[in-house]
Design a binder for this molecule. Structure first.
Ligand code: 5AD
Length: 362
């Protein structure tokens, strides 16, 4: 069956000239959730992905090294006030060992993620860990940080110590929705300013949003897409909201099929709008559906972040209900790539073509 005429026309325009689509157009694409319209959306985005970034899955080994957090985001399982969270912090030797494991498994890229801390001891701890990781892996591992809002000096310190990419989700581009999801001491403009600081400090910058939040409409999500485009980000990591029982949003409505559908549609629209960005098929997709990441790749994503947190701590980095704790073997990743006729970019840092073009590296 063919997609509806409205969707078909928008997809032709999105592939040829995505910047000519406005808020109402993206909202219409997101709202057109019939199966044939969705199939057409995913296929259009997948074609753009193959053309722009090739049939290669970019794999990053993810190490979640601490779940201590000073922030109190109302959706997040490791928020400061969740007394049920079992807190942990890997020491420097454990982080380096995990990084060595990522390197030895053939990855060219490591992501270090943790709850947010801004005290000088933490800033220094991370800087020293970065230096030790590069020493232990011969400087051949690209390192991405995901450590929240920090000062300009902290961002610079870590950049100089060897991190070259940074992920900081804006969570939503809508100030009102942001306010509803965060305590008063967290401020949308402050977070957005951090994205500029990161660019100024020389990082490849990634951001993204939560999808399917209470009170979030197709127009909000369309505005999120335009935010990503206007910020000209290199990397996009976004995923469906899934409630966590230890948070104020524990009872928020969450229909898994709907969250998955919206998550995939957002990936597809992001690929159409930022054709040469690195876009992640995030773990939250997998929490909703075992094949979630593969569906994400087929909807236009090109990055996966297999979990390499030491197995005995993995369960404690508990952001949302049902977060998967299984580790991907090298064989499993190869099999995933095989099922969609792609390969894995082993031993490559896998910079976003978007960044290379902007930086004049092509
Ligand atoms: N559902 C989905 N994603 C979540 N995150 C935090 N809590 C949840 C949740 N309940 C995401 C946030 C954060 C990232 C590290 O994890 O977007 O930026």
């Amino acid at each position: 069956m063919d997609p509806s005429p409205g969707t078909a026309a928008l997809l032709v325009q999105a592939q040829a000239a995505p910047d000519t689509l406005g808020l109402a157009d993206w909202a219409a694409l997101l709202a057109a959730d019939g199966p044939t319209d969705r199939t057409a959306l995913h296929a259009a985005a997948y074609a753009v992905k193959r053309r722009e970034v090739g049939p290669v899955i970019r794999a990053r080994g993810l190490v979640e090294f601490s779940n201590h957090c000073v922030q109190n985001c109302r959706y997040c399982g490791i928020r400061r006030d969740n007394r049920g969270a079992v807190r942990y912090q890997l020491d420097a030797a454990e982080i380096v060992a995990a990084a060595r494991g990522v390197h030895a498994a053939g990855y060219g890229s490591l992501v270090l993620q943790a709850g947010e801390r801004r005290d000088p001891a933490f800033i220094e701890f991370v800087a020293e860990a970065l230096v030790a990781i590069h020493a232990a892996t011969g400087g051949s591992l690209g390192v991405t940080l995901s450590l929240g809002e920090q000062s300009p000096a902290a961002y610079r310190r870590w950049r100089e110590a060897g991190a070259h990419r940074y992920l900081l989700r804006i969570e939503t581009s809508d100030r009102g929705l942001f306010r509803a999801l965060h305590p008063a001491d967290q401020d949308w403009d402050g977070r957005a300013a951090c994205l500029d600081l990161l660019r100024d400090a020389g990082y490849q910058v990634g951001t993204g949003v939560l999808i399917g939040l209470p009170g979030q409409t197709a127009a909000h999500l369309a505005a999120d897409l335009l935010f990503l485009r206007d910020r000209d980000v290199d990397m996009i990591g976004m995923g469906p909201f899934i409630p966590h029982d230890g948070t104020p949003l524990a009872d928020a409505p969450c229909a898994p099929a709907r969250q998955l559908d919206l998550g995939l549609a957002m990936i597809a629209c992001a690929r159409l709008l930022l054709p040469d960005a690195n876009i992640a098929a995030t773990t939250a997709l997998e929490a909703l559906e075992p094949a979630g990441r593969r569906l994400g790749l087929l909807a236009g994503a090109n990055v996966v972040m297999p979990n390499h947190t030491p197995a005995d701590r993995r369960g404690a980095y508990d952001l949302y209900r049902g977060k998967p704790t299984a580790a991907d073997t090298r064989a499993a990743l190869v099999a995933l790539a095989d099922t969609i006729g792609e390969t894995v970019g082993w031993h490559e840092a896998g910079d976003a073509p978007r960044w290379r073009r902007r930086a004049g590296r092509n």
